[in-house]
Ligand binder design. Structure first.
Ligand code: CU
Length: 670
């Protein structure tokens, strides 16, 4: 029998390895806690008591302190943190109210009615209520009967309606419906030809049309559950090598501040953005201190215009963050499969429509990635009688969240490398949005079908995914500039030299916002964000450069309504001066927005951006021509970009990393 001490010790040990998270002093950028969400609710309801007022909480999030206040606290975290405030959007009497709540004083600081275009984030509850209305709508039940469909096998979802030049708009949703009947892959079984709209303010059906009966794609072949798929099977794949669950040597999570290797950063969770990374700094052993890299980074918008301009489909132009929210659609991660064994899991909280906190268990994971790559190496074979081989394996720390927005799953990774790089990764997987068709073979098709015939009676509709990141870089301080390092070809002037040409660099500092609207790939340029006030010993300006991923731009006409609303995708790179209110590239009120509050509009003010506190907006784009491999569930398609130190350190920052301790390699010849 184990001694009580040993048992206690074992429990404590287990606790310490499973929970490297400790609580400490609050950080000014901490997301609102469940207790704070409840406090916000009670403060707002005190002003608008029920049942007299019928209000809904559309968004509740941290109203972050002004940046100088946070920076001042970060430079001396032992001082009292600034007062906690919340930013709230409620709907009340068909109006959007913007309310700022001071939690320390339990009071409302401001309460303004928004009179502009567009509507706030949709709540999950109002979407569910809209779906329920449709499912109980008698004409809809009659339409199902006419098609011979069993109502108990019908599942409905929600679809936003966009804006197409209407002078007056109503807060409405469309309700697309699907037929299970032998499948759980509902999105591949749409009931086409029926249009249902719901007025969210009146909470009633505002339009019902049954225009035509379309074929129903078959259920066969749509299964993806391991327990249900039929042979022939693929190979059984190996899992990652075993490691202790939740155990990462050297990882320390203090409240929401993560320390690992030479990195320190703060992790937050927002109903709209999902993960928010703040105050990312890297330790410089030569300077003996942490140096700032990024003040705040998050995904600002995700625009998905479908390319089928027919009556039934033209409205399908989603803005997933501003309409549905990445935090609201965050899903619980599955240990070992969504995240490796060493992962530490973090819950997320948002306010439900009634203002009460909703928990997303294991919404984010933090894990060490061992990709099997080489961080750096060199074999020196030229020196006689000396055997030199130095190798360091690559290792990084990843913060991951998955947002499942209806049919699509987005894997969002923030990866920190000891070399100083930050990699921003997105993986697209899940189920395609499809349209039924009578066709079963491409030879039958004599018309434009706006997609690919990916299975019998099933068109995977063409679409794009444009993901826009907000990255407030503070390279070694907040005054930064964008320097375009243009690579230019020169002729050799010296006639005695047989070489005719070479390339060199010409530096061009972006003075105003117009200089920093960049379509990637148009010319050979390195985009370097520098602190012009800090130089290395040899005199280079300290900086970070952007390593873009595959770049795509919009293909819609600039005057097309969805593109006017998504003008922030017109360039892959924009740089704006920091402005606390400019966070959401498609505008704060994105649902049915008119494009009058986008990054494109802010940038047209052409403000100074040289040696200023600046923000990088990066848009990665995917043009998605569906293929059969995307059916019935799509293998992950990945994209991303990287910010990499460039003359930030005096020399290779991972030169002196110590090689890891490896488990003894089995010696088969012994
Ligand atoms: Cu896609």
């Amino acid at each position: 029998m184990a001694s009580p001490f040993k048992v206690l010790f074992s429990i404590l040990f287990l606790f310490s390895i499973l929970y490297p998270i400790t609580c400490s002093i609050p950080h000014p950028l901490d997301s609102l806690t469940p207790a704070e969400l409840l406090q916000v609710r009670s403060i707002v309801l005190k002003s608008y008591p029920t049942p007299k007022y019928k209000l809904t909480f559309q968004y509740v999030g941290l109203d972050e302190p002004d940046k100088p206040v946070t920076l001042s606290w970060l430079s001396n975290p032992n001082t009292k943190p600034p007062p906690r405030r919340a930013f709230v959007i409620i709907r009340l009497n068909k109006q959007s109210h913007e309310i700022v709540v001071d939690l320390s004083k339990s009071s409302i600081v401001s309460d303004k009615v928004y009179h502009g275009n567009g509507y706030p984030l949709l709540t999950i509850e109002e979407q569910e209520a809209a779906v329920d209305l449709a499912l109980n709508h008698k004409p809809f039940l009659a339409s199902l009967k006419k098609r011979g469909l069993n109502a108990s096998e019908v599942i409905c979802s929600t679809s936003t309606i966009g804006w197409f030049g209407e002078e007056k708009t109503k807060r409405e949703l469309k309700i697309p419906c699907f037929y299970l009947d032998g499948s759980i892959n509902m999105y591949l079984r749409p009931i086409e030809g029926i249009s249902i709209a719901v007025d969210l303010e009146e909470m009633k059906i505002s339009e019902y049309k049954d225009s035509f009966v379309a074929p129903m794609p078959k259920a066969e072949g749509t299964e993806y559950r391991a327990s249900m798929v039929k042979p022939p099977f693929g190979p059984r794949l190996n899992g990652a090598p075993a490691s202790q669950p939740g155990k990462i040597e050297g990882l320390k999570i203090d409240g929401n501040t993560v320390r690992w290797a030479n990195w320190r950063f703060h992790v937050g969770f927002d109903a709209r953005a999902g993960p928010v990374i703040s105050a990312a700094s890297i330790f410089d052993p030569e300077k003996g201190k942490y140096r700032q890299v990024m003040y705040r980074g998050f995904i600002s918008e995700l625009f998905i215009p479908y390319q089928d301009p027919t009556e039934e489909w033209y409205q399908v132009t989603f803005f997933d963050l501003g309409e549905f929210g990445f935090g609201l659609t965050a899903v619980s991660l599955e240990p070992l499969n969504d995240c490796p064994a060493n992962a530490v899991f973090v819950d997320g909280y948002y306010a439900g429509q009634d203002g009460k906190p909703v928990q997303v268990e294991d919404a984010m994971c933090i894990f060490e990635r061992h990709p099997g790559d080489i961080m750096w190496r060199h074999t020196e074979a030229e020196i006689p009688n000396v055997d030199i081989r130095e190798v360091r394996p690559e290792v990084s720390l990843v913060v991951r969240m998955v947002a499942t927005v209806g049919n699509y799953d987005y894997v969002l990774d923030w990866e920190f490398k000891p070399s100083g790089s930050i990699k921003f990764g997105v993986g697209l997987t899940g189920v395609l949005e499809v349209k039924p068709t009578p066709y079963t073979h491409t030879d039958q098709i004599k018309e434009e079908i706006y997609g690919t015939l990916i299975a019998d009676n099933t068109i995977g509709v063409h679409h794009d995914h444009f993901i826009t990141y907000y990255v407030d870089l503070d390279i070694d301080g907040d005054a930064n500039s964008l320097v375009k390092t243009n690579l230019v070809t020169k002729r050799v002037k010296d006639k005695k030299i047989p070489r005719k040409s070479y390339w060199t660099v010409e530096h061009e500092t972006a003075k105003t916002e117009a200089d920093a609207r960049i379509k990637l790939g148009s010319r050979p340029t390195e985009l370097v964000f520098v602190n012009p006030n800090k130089r290395t010993k040899p005199g280079n300006k300290v900086g970070y450069r952007l390593l873009p991923g595959g770049a795509s731009g919009p293909l819609l006409a600039p005057d097309d309504y969805p593109q006017v609303r998504a003008a922030f995708t017109n360039y892959n790179v924009w740089v704006t001066p920091y402005n606390k209110s400019e966070k959401w590239a498609g505008g704060l009120y994105t649902d049915q927005s008119h494009g009058d509050d986008t990054l494109g509009v802010w940038s047209s003010r052409n403000r100074d951006i040289e040696n200023k506190d600046i923000v990088l907006w990066y848009t990665m784009g995917f043009h998605h021509v569906p293929s059969q491999e995307d059916f019935p569930v799509m293998p992950t398609l990945s994209g991303g970009f990287e910010l990499r130190p460039t003359n930030f350190f005096e020399y290779n920052p991972v030169l002196k990393t110590k090689p890891p301790f490896h488990a003894t390699w089995p010696n088969c010849t012994a």
